[in-house]
Design a protein around this ligand. Structure first.
Ligand SMILES: [Zn+2]
Length: 411
């Protein structure tokens, strides 16, 4: 337990905001927060070597329990010495519980949606008669593998067993991720289910920690749901913040579920108001620049998202003036870096014209170079937020950055 610690350093000087800087200590090193944690879903950040991820400033990587459970199987990762060792990454690692994947792959819902685009409320998307890949009951989730159609079952206990075998430093409790379209009644029922699952996760985590006492300590973070409802979000934070199963408590918290983009900051603030101040919080699946700013200022310490790498592979790259598509004809004679102010390996050594050529000719290192750039851009953006909180200049930096990045003239 002493191998895992969190220390708050500085807080934003605004009583309406919960943003802070800190340091998470794990058996595989420190994470200075706030920090963006790049995603290596299947124990690899697609197209990029772990050495390059370390070079670009990634402090930790997050892999996915659902994908590694199906392939290659958690027992193989365990035998390899855990997910970090398996993928040749010596720093801290996270795995998510698989809850989001087993449910979302069946229903196809998105993480952040604009509520005003689609306002219907219904449990239709999770109704029994609907053809889908996952079925939830009070004990767990039965789901169909997206790889071969075979049937599997995750319960809180199975998720803990899988994540202990995967061996990441920070693991998450198994939760039911609802959509913003579910009815209020369903959200209440689901929240209680997630609370009972959280208790079961703590018990099983305690058992596995004792059984595997020779392994490095794994920190378990509870996941808060409650969709767009203030009372449910605050209740989730209070309930999970206070859970104690024979001395086993959560080491940190995941802020989960579907999130209404327009109210993201408010929703994060409801949860961080209620959570213990001395434990770290991870905002699951968030990585757009505007969302990162509101997440940080409202008290989220770490973030993960596949977006920077996924977008890079579709030739969409970040610049301080917004996202651009590097295949655009205007770049074919642009012999400058993608972004003049970027300090990444790609921008130090390659031109926009070369990336334009690589993507147009479908050469593999196009994805590699674009991913290095995008991951560095987001990692560095959050690093800068940390610096500006420490300097007391966060709000000014936020205004300047977002004003330029989302300026209408860039569209
Ligand atoms: Zn760059």
């Amino acid at each position: 337990m002493s191998q895992f610690k969190f220390k708050v350093e500085n807080e934003i000087a605004d009583s309406n905001l919960n943003g802070r800087t800190g340091v998470i200590t794990t058996p595989h090193g420190e994470i200075k927060t706030p920090a963006f944690i790049p995603v290596g879903t299947k124990a690899t950040v697609k197209s990029v070597l772990p050495e390059s991820m370390a070079d670009l400033g990634a402090q930790a990587l997050l892999a996915n329990a659902y994908h590694l459970y199906l392939q290659p199987g958690p027992e193989i990762v365990d035998e390899a010495g855990g997910v970090g060792k398996f993928m040749n990454w010596s720093g801290p690692t996270f795995t998510d519980s698989g809850g989001f994947q087993v449910l979302s792959l069946g229903v196809g819902f998105k993480k952040v949606i604009a509520m005003d685009e689609d306002t219907f409320r219904s449990d239709e998307v999770i109704a029994d008669h609907k053809e889908r890949l996952a079925h939830v009951d009070n004990d767990g989730v039965t789901f169909k593998s997206h790889l071969d159609g075979s049937m599997h079952r995750f319960t809180p206990e199975v998720s803990m067993q899988v994540q202990h075998q995967l061996g990441a430093d920070i693991i998450f409790a198994f939760d039911e991720c609802t959509t913003l379209h579910n009815t209020r009644k369903y959200q209440e029922k689901s929240l209680e289910r997630t609370r009972l699952w959280a208790k079961r996760c703590l018990v099983e985590h305690g058992r596995l920690t004792r059984e595997r006492a020779s392994k490095p300590y794994q920190a378990l973070w509870g996941v808060l749901q409650g969709a767009q409802y203030e009372d449910l979000r605050r209740k989730a934070a209070k309930d999970l913040g206070a859970l104690d199963e024979d001395g086993i408590t959560f080491d940190g918290f995941g802020l989960g579920g579907a999130l209404d983009k327009a109210n993201l900051g408010t929703i994060v603030g409801w949860m961080t108001d209620e959570l213990p101040r001395d434990k770290p919080r991870h905002l699951l699946g968030i990585g757009e620049p505007d969302d990162l700013f509101v997440g940080v200022e409202n008290g989220a310490d770490t973030f993960d998202c596949v977006a920077p790498s996924r977008q890079a592979r579709t030739s969409a790259v970040f610049t301080n003036d917004g996202r651009v598509n590097i295949t655009n004809a205007k770049f074919n004679r642009d012999f400058n870096p993608i972004d003049e102010s970027c300090d990444c390996y790609t921008c130090a050594n390659y031109t926009a014209a070369y990336l334009n050529h690589l993507f147009r000719s479908k050469e593999m290192i196009g994805s590699t170079l674009a991913t290095i750039h995008n991951e560095r851009f987001i990692v560095r953006l959050v690093e800068r937020m940390r610096t500006e909180i420490n300097n007391g200049d966060f709000q000014e930096f936020k205004r300047d950055f977002l004003g330029r990045f989302y300026s209408a003239s860039n569209k």
